[in-house]
Ligand binder design. Structure first.
Ligand code: M6R
Length: 605
């Protein structure tokens, strides 16, 4: 959502904060701002749009000071303009915020009765106003922040700075992540370890409800009840925080290209060294499970849709899937023998986290499938399985998706094993198949030039339809999401058999229909649906293997994939989906890594 950072430094902090914000820009890029205290005086600079605009502003209007806070915004309340940009200030206090204050209207009204008016359209300004109000009543900054926090409903990670206080910064966390970084005579605050990595590798994560008073000498942590508490310092692995493009034009291109090595790392980590069995934690046990519930958002949700097929086929266990934002509002029926799996690249998605909290204590076990091992979902599930994708910076998820799929496949195999549905010989065969995955994905990546040529055709269209059957149906949905997200072409994914129940009315001579159809058991059915499109002069782009393309006959355009085992097809067919979207976006000149209106990590409900 938004990214926040704070520095009590030994030197000028604005350049450090800018560097950190650059690393946090994936969280939002509607506006950015910095406040510092210099010679006791609080001042701020803010600019609309990407960080580069703030950077330019600082060239003309520098912001000196050795204590500062910064923010990169994904707008929730109030349009992206300078007035609504963070840091928000009221008199002697400045604050940056990630999250949503749900009771801000009531608080505003209460403040208005005391003659305190607001100037912005944001919920965040209320925090600054309240804190100032408490300071005006003679409280210390720490007392004023504590009194303010007690009145806030909703989700927040906050950093406060005060006029006249060059050695003080206060942070708070409820529902949104926040970490303290430890330096030598310097202290830091940030939304995540990636933000703090250039400055320190020693991090303390705030627990839910914590607030912290920071000076250059150290940090004093308080829990929700206000008690002084100790929180451990962890060393972060700097290789997990690298955020460079490694020679690629975009993060997305780099992340797509990394997939063979990521998938190899996933199998190396979650299988025994000799590859003869799974090596999942003991808590991952489906022996007595009577159902599996899979919850996620966006791309993660499509990964769970594929996993439903796998769990049902390999383990014969009932599976329920839902998007996290709907899950807890429909009063889902849970079983105390059930296993609930939460899939999230960031591990911080508010909807998914809320769904996890909803099932806590009501199912036998919760499992997280996450990329960020220190994230809230990783810490709050009974067992968290890393997908080992490394930092995913591009807003469009690519390597995160295929790594999620692979971990979910391993879980489905484990469920099959635990429930006696996969005898050792069959299991050995599946594990041997898994070893071929990085090579198959690399071969799919080799088709990039052909995919780019197809993307040129796609780039001219206003609408596109993706079709698939079985595990290719969720792939069609994911392909449509990727295309929408970064090229702004309107796209829909459909189960190919569903077409005749309505969407076939859309078919004309203009709209491309991309059919994902490996030569598998469902191929004939999918191709029949494809013929229905062609009979209506639809423009079909068929994505299949050599055998599938030959059998289908002439189509408007085709793309050859390697021939793949059924089990691995959804992972390999993610590659053309990603590359089609990437090259269509390039052709249209959109902002590939930071598409409009989006943010990487969605920490508000
Ligand atoms: O971090 P998460 O996996 O929980 O994020 C979920 C979605 O917000 C995310 O997958 C989103 O749909 C991506 N931008 C898709 O490319």
């Amino acid at each position: 959502m938004c990214g926040i950072v704070g520095v009590l430094g030994r030197h000028e902090v604005a350049p450090l904060i800018l560097e950190s914000l650059k690393r946090l820009e994936y969280r939002g890029y509607d506006s950015a701002g910095i406040a510092t205290v210099n010679a006791g005086v609080l001042d701020r600079r803010r600019a609309v749009g990407k960080l580069v605009n703030l950077s330019d502003l600082l060239v003309h209007q520098p912001l000196p000071g050795k204590a500062g806070i910064g923010h990169t915004r994904w707008a929730t309340h109030g349009e992206p303009n300078v007035k609504n940009a963070h840091p928000h200030r009221s008199g002697p206090v400045a604050v940056v915020h990630n999250g949503i204050i749900e009771n801000f209207r009531a608080l505003r009204e209460a403040l208005a009765l005391e003659g305190i008016g607001h100037e912005t359209d944001t919920d965040t300004e209320t925090i600054a106003l309240l804190t100032r109000h408490h300071l005006d009543r003679g409280m210390t900054p720490a007392e004023a922040v504590a009194a303010t926090l007690a009145r806030l409903d909703g989700a927040f990670a906050l950093a406060f700075l005060f006029d006249g206080e060059e050695d003080l910064m206060i942070g708070a966390r409820k529902g949104s992540p926040l970490a303290v970084g430890w330096g030598e005579g310097e202290m830091f605050l940030g939304s995540d370890a990636i933000a703090l990595a250039p400055m320190t590798d020693r991090i303390t994560y705030l627990e839910e409800g914590d607030w912290v008073v920071i000076t250059r000498a150290g940090a004093e942590f308080h829990d929700l009840a206000g008690n002084r508490v100790n929180r451990p310092v962890a060393r972060i692995r700097l290789d997990q925080t690298r955020v460079d493009k490694a020679g690629h034009k975009h993060f997305m291109a780099k992340e797509i290209a990394e997939q063979p090595s990521v998938l190899g790392a996933v199998t190396a980590f979650h299988l025994l060294p000799d590859g003869t069995d799974l090596a999942l934690p003991a808590e991952v046990d489906f022996t007595t499970a009577d159902r599996i519930t899979l919850v996620a958002c966006g791309t993660g949700h499509y990964a769970t849709q594929v996993a439903k097929y796998w769990f049902e086929q390999l383990a014969g266990i009932p599976v329920e899937i839902d998007i996290a934002s709907e899950f807890r509002y429909r009063q889902p029926v849970l079983s105390d023998r059930g296993v609930a799996i939460f899939v999230s690249q960031s591990g911080e998605t508010a909807d998914t986290l809320a769904a996890l909290r909803h099932v806590s204590g009501k199912v036998a076990r919760t499992i997280g499938v996450v990329n960020v091992p220190t994230s809230s979902i990783a810490r709050e599930t009974d067992v968290a399985l890393p997908i080992l994708a490394g930092p995913e910076i591009s807003v469009a998820s690519t390597k995160g998706f295929t790594a999620q799929l692979l971990v979910l496949l391993l879980l489905a195999l484990k469920a099959g094993q635990d429930r006696g549905r996969l005898p050792p010989a069959m299991m050995a065969q599946h594990l041997a198949t898994l070893k071929t995955l990085p090579g198959l994905v690399a071969r799919a990546l080799d088709r990039e030039a052909d995919i780019e040529a197809l993307a040129q055709k796609l780039a001219e269209t206003r609408d596109a339809l993706f079709l698939g059957r079985g595990v290719m149906f969720p792939l069609a949905l994911e392909a449509a999401l990727k295309l929408k997200e970064i090229s702004y072409i309107h796209a829909e994914g459909y189960a190919s058999g569903e077409l005749k129940h309505g969407p076939i009315a859309l078919i004309d001579k203009v709209m491309p229909v991309i059919v994902l159809a490996p030569r598998d058991a469902l191929y004939d059915k999918t191709v029949s649906n494809m013929q229905e499109v062609m009979a209506r002069q639809g423009r079909v782009i068929l994505v299949s293997d050599r055998a599938g393309l030959d059998e289908a006959g002439p189509v408007w355009a085709q793309l050859q994939m390697p021939s793949v085992p059924d089990l691995l097809a959804p992972i390999v067919y993610a590659i053309p989906a990603q590359l089609l979207a990437y090259h269509a976006a390039l052709a249209r000149g959109t902002d590939v890594d930071q598409p409009r209106n989006l943010a990487k990590s969605v920490t508000v409900e």
